[in-house]
Design a protein around this ligand. Structure first.
Ligand code: RP5
Length: 178
């Protein structure tokens, strides 16, 4: 798999010989500034991931190969980001039984609304869990939650993270009142 950070090399964290639990894929390397936040969220929870550039339109065979082989390789959740005519998340979801999280990437025109609608308007039977435009971080956190549903340790870490959010809001409220 794939290029990150301009290094043109595979990046995997937490892998144990088989694929890591999360595949982070995107239609173009130009999506990486958005998708990086997903990878960073996974890293915060020490969840292993791989990163790939796979285009539904430019590399359709690679896309199908990836989707068809992901579960057998050990991937458990796929995060797919794309912009414009954003077919990647839906097409990958069509070719894998794994949960797919779609990230609408905002391009220069239309502010990502085109990407959002392309990803979210899936036909019945093929769900894509779509996060808000540009919200790679929530995609990463949702992948953590999906894995945490069957992993008590990870679930406890997510609960602790949520407690931190509550504390942060309380601190900000206190600062407003000071
Ligand atoms: C989409 O086209 C990609 O996901 C990207 O958001 C957009 C533009 O790609 P580039 O022309 O920057 O490679 O398929």
């Amino acid at each position: 798999m794939v290029a990150t950070g301009g290094q043109g090399v595979t990046e995997e964290r937490g892998g144990t010989g088989s694929a890591p639990p999360v595949g982070v894929i995107m239609g173009s390397d130009s999506d990486w500034p958005t998708m990086r936040a997903a990878a960073e969220a996974l890293a915060e929870f020490d969840v292993g991931y791989e990163v790939g550039v796979i285009s539904a339109h430019r590399t359709p065979v690679k896309m199908i190969d990836y989707a068809k082989s992901a579960a057998d390789r050990g991937i458990r959740v796929i995060i797919a980001g794309a912009g414009g005519a954003a077919a990647l998340p839906g097409m990958v979801a069509a070719a894998t039984p794994l949960p797919v999280i779609g990230v609408p990437v905002a391009l220069k025109h239309l502010d990502g609304l085109d990407s959002l609608l392309s990803i979210v308007q899936m036909p019945a039977g093929i769900p894509v869990a779509t996060v808000s435009i540009g919200n790679g971080r929530n995609a990463g956190l949702l992948a953590v939650r999906i894995l945490a549903a069957s992993d008590e340790k990870l679930r406890n870490r997510m609960s602790a993270f949520q407690t931190q959010l509550e504390e942060l809001v309380a601190q900000k409220e206190a600062a407003l009142r000071a």
